[in-house]
Design a protein around this ligand. Structure first.
Ligand SMILES: NC(=O)c1ccc[n+]([C@@H]2O[C@H](COP(=O)([O-])OP(=O)(O)OC[C@H]3O[C@@H](n4cnc5c(N)ncnc54)[C@H](O)[C@@H]3O)[C@@H](O)[C@H]2O)c1
Ligand SMILES: C[C@@H](O)[C@H](N)C(=O)O
Length: 364
């Protein structure tokens, strides 16, 4: 429960900001208007996903829509959706750096859960630190204020990138030294701490999972250090050759996208009394590029991989965890991954082949 002074104080700050920032009506054109529909209840939330057109958002929306109904899950982004996404359910333009834009959306659509996916990932952040600060830090402040003002359940993912070279790396526990050396990592530690602070001080229902590198077949990664583990599948099938920007022995925690989406849903649904932490590591597997290539060669024996380490991404990976200790998530809310390395590789290959067959029926 918020103390009365805080309840009064947060909306006042929001109103001041809304006066400074102006309005957002020019963006209505790109909106597939959601139907505000049934009254949201704790068992039937109304969910807004920010940054929803990246690697993770569309798949999570699909899962949440199965559970809570298509009209109750609104995807948003600053990018234009494909026809398929646009037709699949509600989509609205939302720039997370624009507080008024978000506030109007949350109010008009009676949003009760906010999944905040907008971010610049690790490599993209190093390439544009100023933009990463704006999207990852200002954007986060906007959603935290909104979540507090409207009593939302707020889910924000963190990452293996929230740790740095001085953290224990093999395995990395939930609670330990966190001194990341990327703007991405710094913004995620800031997020973890701000969310937990708002939870302890004002009772905000803040929930955060530290995701490993996520591997998906039908959505592209958006500028991270772990992207190689997606691209290798596409190049292996297309040309039988892959040039890797990490050394063969660079071990990182990874996860199949289905496990990531299921973990997110299960964590969002977990009763508050079961959560002893607000930020949890989740793990599935960890491997090196060399081990991934060896597993791929069980299917494609002639695969050729050459290693040309990229200074920036190798530097980032060298300071990240090699494996994650997720025992708290397993104990508190029953987290269990399903995909090991052989299952992940088989699934990626068959999904990409099926996709290619669908897109180019004569060439495959
Ligand atoms: N994919 C992974 O391996 C991974 C691992 C750990 C954590 N995460 C976290 O999960 C979340 C989603 O990751 P993803 O892989 O889908 O990222 P992504 O880079 O693929 O997508 C991010 C989306 O944010 C959008 N965006 C950028 N600026 C914006 C703005 N001003 N307003 C609104 N949207 C904006 C982009 O258009 C993009 O669609 C991120 O917070 C990321 O840190 C991802
Ligand atoms: C690990 C994760 O946060 C993201 N895939 C990145 O490499 O930046």
């Amino acid at each position: 429960m918020l103390p009365p002074t805080v309840r009064l104080c947060v909306p006042a700050a929001a109103v001041q900001r809304s006066l400074r920032c102006g309005c957002w009506s020019q963006r209505q054109a790109s909106t597939r208007h959601p139907d505000p529909g049934d009254t949201p209840t704790p068992g039937n939330p109304r969910v807004l996903i920010t940054g929803g057109l990246g690697q993770l958002g569309i798949g999570l929306a699909r899962l949440l829509r199965k559970q809570y109904g298509t009209e109750n899950v609104i995807l948003s982004d600053i990018k234009k959706p494909s026809d398929e996404v646009y037709k699949s359910g509600p989509f609205v333009y939302a720039d997370v750096t624009d507080y008024n834009n978000l506030r109007e959306l949350v109010t008009n659509q009676r949003v009760t859960w906010l999944v905040h996916y907008s971010a610049l990932l690790s490599a993209a952040g190093e390439a544009n630190v100023a933009l990463a600060r704006r999207v990852n830090i200002t954007g986060l402040h906007n959603v935290l204020d909104l979540a507090l003002e409207h009593s939302l359940r707020l889910f924000v993912p963190s990452t293996i990138g929230a740790f740095g070279p001085t953290s224990p790396r093999h395995p990395t526990p939930d609670l330990c030294v966190q001194r990341p050396r990327t703007i991405y990592g710094v913004s995620k530690v800031h997020c973890e701490l701000m969310g937990e602070y708002f939870h302890h001080k004002y009772g905000l229902d803040f929930r955060c999972l530290r995701y490993p590198g996520i591997i998906s077949a039908d959505s592209e990664p958006g500028g991270g250090t772990t992207d190689y583990a997606v691209k290798i599948f596409h190049d292996a099938l297309r040309s039988g050759r892959f040039e890797c920007y990490l050394r063969a022995d660079t071990r990182l925690p990874m996860m199949h996208i289905s496990d990531c989406h299921r973990a997110t849903l299960e964590f969002l649904q977990a009763p508050e009394r079961q959560l002893s932490l607000r930020t949890y590591n989740i793990a599935a597997l960890n491997f090196t590029p060399g081990e991934l290539a060896a597993e791929l060669r069980h299917h494609l024996p002639r695969l050729e991989v050459i290693y040309t380490p990229d200074r920036v991404r190798q530097g980032i990976a060298d300071g990240w965890p090699m494996s994650f200790d997720d025992s708290n998530a397993r104990r508190d809310w029953g987290w269990r991954p399903e995909f090991g390395l052989p299952e992940l590789v088989s699934d990626m290959l068959s999904t990409i082949k099926a996709q290619t067959q669908k897109d180019h029926p004569r060439t495959s």
